[in-house]
Design a protein around this ligand. Structure first.
Ligand code: HEC
Ligand code: HEC
Ligand code: HEC
Ligand code: HEC
Ligand code: HEC
Ligand code: HEC
Ligand code: HEC
Ligand code: HEC
Length: 428
């Protein structure tokens, strides 16, 4: 017993004291070369608790020359001390960000700087614990960073909880073209209240729901919504027109074979990354969670009516969307648009993001068809806004930037189809 204790103390002296010395040298040298970074660490809870540089980066790197020996810590390093957050993060959709990105054909035709390099798609989809294969793939392309998802909301090296509670922490990614949640929320009454409160123009106790309040309740890191990003789900609706419209959209997503109506391999991919709710129970579970949140501040009946209207706007938006897809599909069928090699079927494919006839982005420059681009825009930019704007209580996004623009896209598609058919008939 005594012997064990002595060995224990001896080990502690060797490793414990060793790491203190190592950290002192890290801080000394880095105070000269990257003072802002050291300062950030100094104001963190980690510094207060002696979680020094070498706890996360190891001790192998000691000089200015050998810096590539430093470990760039992935999420498992954080999990050593924050298992609960790691586990709930792993169970949520953020954990699929990187995998989903790499499942999209267009990703592999985009310049690497915009993927592994961490700007463009990769700047926002650097979310999710990477597999060993994904890490090796990234390294093989010459990219060493982007190994950690946790610093996407509590940025290094302050790793602050209050920063992550601020809705601005979500802004970099939840903005823009196809998911302007920041713009929608911040200019809704919910967001307006948050900013009024921040400026001291509402009492401290006033209610002002943030992104985190509605989506990451009670400290959970597990995020998922009922409709999700694609705005499709199973089972099909009972109304025959609504069901037919959703089937048309599923065909254009490549999830159903346009000829046979049978599920394709893309459906397996959608399942594997939890992209859509594929049965009633899993959809209802998320919806019930959200209704509970709204009911903190609104009457339950009011909240339910609001969310039901969101569902019905999506159904109406899908009528416009299906009409547009069918118009373009007719051009494929009649040989007026030629199927790009990479398309799974002779049918519009909205996940393609661009036509791909080559293996590099620059081989595809002359294969873009304008009417397909209008169709993609209708789906990704305007249909998204129509229903996401509704759910985020934003009148202008729901109507002018969403619904209204969808009707414009549809008009343009019909017009283009007509003149393409006329050109084709005239032998042009
Ligand atoms: C003698 C000075 C010196 C010491 C001591 C030192 N570093 Fe560095 N470190 C550097 C330099 C120089 C770089 C490279 C900076 C650049 O990219 O220009 C670097 C880079 C790093 C990087 C980034 C690695 C990368 O791939 O970009 C990490 C992480 C790091 N140091 C952590 C540590 C830790 C932890 C310690 C202590 C165990 C430590 N450093 C000790 C000088 C030092
Ligand atoms: C709690 C863990 C943790 C601690 C403690 C920590 N780091 Fe880091 N550090 C990270 C993470 C995470 C990254 C990002 C890794 C990536 O992107 O692949 C990082 C990246 C870096 C980088 C390279 C990227 C950049 O922004 O320059 C340097 C240099 C660095 N750390 C230095 C330090 C120094 C010096 C200390 C101590 C003062 C320190 N770190 C303490 C987690 C930590
Ligand atoms: C060796 C243990 C250890 C490791 C590794 C570690 N942390 Fe921590 N972390 C702590 C301790 C201790 C605290 C302070 C807890 C407290 O104050 O209740 C803390 C606090 C935090 C907080 C809350 C800060 C606040 O403002 O209250 C965040 C966020 C955090 N860590 C994130 C991370 C991330 C991200 C990583 C990985 C890059 C990481 N930690 C790695 C031990 C660790
Ligand atoms: C500005 C940040 C940002 C950029 C850039 C970005 N994404 Fe996304 N992406 C997101 C966010 C945020 C979501 C989730 C949006 C939602 O649910 O409304 C998302 C969702 C997705 C999804 C659906 C995931 C799911 O399971 O529902 C796919 C697929 C996707 N993005 C692919 C891409 C591709 C391919 C690119 C580059 C061409 C790209 N993204 C560029 C932030 C971004
Ligand atoms: C999408 C943004 C986001 C990401 C990514 C994220 N966090 Fe958090 N984290 C939060 C929010 C928001 C809170 C505050 C929760 C609360 O108190 O309601 C938080 C709180 C924490 C805390 C403080 C818990 C406490 O009770 O004080 C720790 C520790 C933490 N996160 C660790 C992690 C780790 C580890 C990862 C990566 C596996 C991670 N976070 C990734 C948003 C995020
Ligand atoms: C008042 C509660 C509330 C707030 C605040 C809120 N959301 Fe949402 N969010 C919702 C509802 C409701 C849905 C739709 C849920 C469903 O599908 O049933 C949703 C859906 C989403 C989705 C899935 C795609 C979509 O837009 O329908 C994402 C991503 C999202 N919100 C992110 C955010 C971000 C980021 C913020 C802050 C900028 C935010 N939300 C603020 C309630 C809220
Ligand atoms: C670094 C970029 C990034 C940041 C920061 C970020 N997210 Fe996300 N978020 C994503 C991506 C990418 C996805 C889609 C991941 C997937 O499904 O594969 C996503 C998905 C979501 C979803 C799931 C939507 C669905 O399909 O059901 C919600 C909800 C969400 N985020 C909320 C938040 C909130 C709240 C914050 C801020 C606390 C936040 N996110 C911060 C990139 C980010
Ligand atoms: C933390 C409290 C809180 C939560 C949670 C919350 N709201 Fe609100 N909501 C408010 C407040 C306060 C207002 C402003 C009331 C006003 O306009 O007089 C508001 C306004 C609204 C409005 C606009 C009402 C109007 O008269 O213009 C709608 C619609 C709405 N909320 C729906 C929802 C839905 C749906 C949810 C759940 C997804 C939700 N809210 C969650 C507090 C909340």
């Amino acid at each position: 017993m005594m012997k064990m204790l002595v060995i224990g103390i001896a080990l502690l002296m060797i490793f414990g004291v060793g790491s203190v010395i190592a950290s002192t040298t890290c801080i000394e040298c880095h105070t000269k070369i990257s003072p802002g970074q050291v300062n950030d660490w100094k104001v963190s809870k980690h510094a207060e608790n002696d979680i020094t540089c070498s706890v996360c980066h190891g001790e192998e790197h000691q000089t200015a020359e050998d810096y590539k020996k430093a470990v760039l810590p992935d999420e498992s390093v954080c999990a050593d001390c924050h298992q609960e957050q790691f586990d709930s993060f792993s169970a949520g959709k953020h954990n699929f960000g990187w995998t989903v990105l790499n499942a999209i054909p267009a990703t592999h035709f985009a310049p690497d700087e915009l993927i592994e390099g961490g700007r463009g798609c990769g700047g926002c989809h650097n979310m999710g614990i990477k597999t060993e294969e994904q890490k090796q793939d990234q390294l093989a392309k010459g990219y060493r960073y982007q190994n950690n998802s946790c610093d996407e909301c509590h940025t290094r090296h302050a790793f602050s909880v209050t920063e992550a509670r601020d809705p601005h922490a979500c802004q970099q990614c939840h903005m823009g073209y196809d998911h302007p949640q920041w713009e929608m929320w911040s200019s809704s009454k919910h967001g307006e209240r948050y900013f009024a409160k921040l400026a001291g123009n509402l009492p401290e106790g006033a209610a002002a729901p943030t992104c985190q309040h509605c989506h990451l309740q009670d400290g959970t890191h597990e995020n998922r919504t009922a409709w999700g990003f694609l705005g499709v789900r199973l089972p099909l609706p009972e109304d025959p027109q609504a069901a037919a419209d959703r089937v048309t959209i599923l065909k254009a997503l490549g999830v159903l074979n346009p000829e046979t109506g049978e599920p394709t391999a893309i459906l397996d991919a959608v399942k594997a990354v939890d992209m859509a709710r594929l049965d009633e129970a899993s959809w209802q579970k998320e919806r019930d969670k959200m209704l509970k949140v709204c009911s903190e501040c609104h009457s339950a009946a009011y909240a339910k009516e609001q969310l039901d209207m969101g569902d019905s706007i999506l159904t109406k938006a899908d009528r416009l969307m299906a009409e547009a897809i069918e118009t373009v599909a007719g051009l494929y069928k009649d040989g007026i648009i030629k199927k790009p090699e990479s398309y799974p079927f002779n049918y519009p494919f909205i996940l393609a993001l661009m036509h791909t006839n080559g293996t590099n982005w620059d081989e595809n420059l002359d294969s873009l068809s304008y009417i397909d681009q209008v169709l993609l825009q209708m789906y990704f930019k305007h249909r998204m806004r129509a229903y996401q704007g509704f759910f985020h209580v934003n009148p202008d996004y729901a109507y002018w930037y969403g619904w209204n623009m969808m009707t414009q896209d549809l008009g343009e598609i019909k017009h283009l189809a007509k003149s393409m058919r006329a050109d084709h008939a005239a032998g042009n």
